[in-house]
Ligand binder design. Structure first.
Ligand SMILES: Nc1nc2c(ncn2[C@@H]2O[C@H](COP(=O)(O)OP(=O)(O)OP(=O)(O)O)[C@@H](O)[C@H]2O)c(=O)[nH]1
Ligand SMILES: [Zn+2]
Length: 293
């Protein structure tokens, strides 16, 4: 039995990347519906029928299954923002980071277009939180090595507002670096973005999988998060919470003896991050009020 990974779903076929080829596969009947349905990103057992064809026989256990885009076994989120044009939407960056924390995914922040502006103050906002931050110019191919190093051995999904350079990055990762089979005809006929489903691009040089998710711009704030738990999803606030006078009842807003506010005051939590926290807290609080009315 051969083990591979589904990298694309097209017209009822699963394209499974194995050690040394990509097989076009049908799935066994029992796998085609419901919970047993295979998704892009799944590791699967395949019965090979020929050099090019096979049958997906079994889905191996998943570590996660992301929705919108539906993709399995993601290990990290790359949050993309541009330093200028569009100016960075840091509240969107923070929302994606909070979602990544909740999903237990590693997060990397990639600030693009550093050819237009340096703005070292912006990446610095994320340092106290311990996030990996890179500043690159995708267009001019500058400073990309640290980003590629972060992609290595991971399965990444890109998130970021429109115009920050997600497609440009995907284009850089392929075609000269990436395995992207069965694309030629659909590309010439309809262009790349007609692919409705998410696709995984494999970059052999870094053993990196990157999800190409056209139109995908943000991860939704998971609805299961409670207002009280939001501060735990900000790594630089997490440890301080226990030291607040009201401990886990503290909203870190106007309460006396708040350890989080002390860190903000001392510059150990960036004011931008703290403001994002307050916004998200209010948003979730409002939703909770609606729920319990
Ligand atoms: N100056 C500069 N421009 C860039 C850079 N990277 C991308 N761009 C430009 O920014 C614009 C948007 O880039 P895209 O790659 O289409 O952005 P996107 O995030 O995929 O946008 P959507 O498809 O709308 O989600 C294009 O005109 C790119 O040429 C960069 O590093 N520097
Ligand atoms: Zn507090």
């Amino acid at each position: 039995m051969l083990v591979g990974r589904i990298i694309k779903l097209l017209a009822g076929f699963y394209f499974v990347k194995t050690e040394d080829s990509v097989l076009r596969c049908r799935a066994r009947g029992k796998l085609r519906a419901g919970a047993e349905q295979p998704w892009v990103g799944d590791f699967v057992e395949v019965v090979q029928l020929s050099d090019e064809e096979g049958v997906v026989d079994k889905i191996l256990p998943r570590t996660n299954l992301l929705e919108r885009p539906t993709v399995a076994n993601i290990t990290q989120v790359v949050v993309m923002a541009s330093l200028v044009s569009p100016s960075p939407n840091l509240s969107l960056v923070d929302r994606v980071l909070v979602s990544a924390e909740q999903l237990n995914l590693r997060a990397v922040i990639c600030f693009n277009k550093n050819d237009l502006s340096e703005r070292p103050d912006i990446p610095a906002i994320y340092e106290p939180a311990g996030y990996r931050v890179v500043a690159v110019s995708v267009k001019f191919g500058e400073d990309l090595e640290p980003l590629f190093a972060e992609l290595a051995n991971q399965t990444s999904v890109l998130a970021g507002q429109s115009g920050v350079g997600k497609s440009s990055l995907i284009d850089r990762l392929m075609p000269e670096l990436a395995v992207r089979l069965g694309e030629v005809s659909s590309k010439t006929q309809h262009g790349r973005h007609t692919t409705r489903h998410v696709e995984l691009i494999y970059v052999p040089e870094y053993n990196a999988f990157v999800a190409d998710t056209p139109g995908f711009s943000r991860l939704e704030l998971p609805s299961s998060v409670s207002s009280q738990d939001i501060s735990a999803l900000f790594p630089e606030m997490r440890a301080a919470r226990a030291r607040c006078r009201f401990a886990y009842d503290c909203k870190h807003h106007n309460e006396p003896g708040c350890a989080v506010k002390t860190l903000v005051h001392d510059g150990q939590i960036a004011i931008e991050r703290y403001n994002s926290y307050l916004t998200m807290f209010e948003e979730v609080k409002q939703a909770e009020r609606g729920q319990y009315k």
